[in-house]
Design a protein around this ligand. Structure first.
Ligand code: MG
Ligand code: ZN
Length: 174
């Protein structure tokens, strides 16, 4: 099929933006060094860019759903400067004790997005800085890239930075 798309699914906190632990103020949204350029390279290579995030601060009552929406508006504006358009941003608003079906490591939000946007997961990647990102990606059928100081045994690839992650995408156009 010609119209099957591929995507890079990315965790948000600690992967695309600096993890500020229950970030609330949209003005505190700050890209990780190299993330803008990396996402732009991915988008230019034909991948849809999708954010998949756990935002349990909502379920824990530390912030409102509207705070997270404003953060994502802010993130979209920041990424515009790199010519990056986010095809979708999905987040789980639940606390872990709610045992919902969407919190990573569940692959649900990835699979939902793949369904909505006709994305072939086997040609797609999930990139994140936690085990739960890697498990979610794997269970959705994506290749996975772990970003961290050490290698992640479950991940397809392990790298030290998002700039490095870009090198593992096939047909990369830089
Ligand atoms: Mg993270
Ligand atoms: Zn959830």
């Amino acid at each position: 099929m010609d119209n099957v798309k591929k995507a890079v699914f990315l965790d948000r906190d600690g992967t695309v933006i600096i993890d500020k632990h229950y970030l609330k103020d949209p003005d505190d949204v700050e890209l990780i060094n190299g993330a803008g350029r990396a996402l732009s390279d991915m988008a230019n290579s034909g991948y849809l860019i999708v954010i998949i995030s756990n935002q349990s601060g909502i379920g824990r009552g530390m912030m409102a759903d509207s705070d997270v929406r404003l953060q994502h508006q802010r993130l979209s504006v920041i990424l515009e400067a790199f010519n990056v358009h986010l095809a979708s941003i999905k987040y789980c608003p639940h606390a872990p004790e709610n045992h919902c079906s969407c919190r990573k490591p569940s692959p649900k939000l990835i699979l939902d997005t793949a369904d909505e946007l006709s994305i072939d997961c086997t040609g797609s990647f999930m990139i994140g800085d936690k085990d739960s990102d890697i498990i979610a990606g794997k269970n959705a059928g994506c290749k996975t890239i772990f970003i961290g100081e050490n290698n992640n045994e479950s991940a397809t690839y392990s790298v030290r930075s998002i700039s490095e992650a870009v090198n593992f995408l096939p047909n990369l156009i830089k």
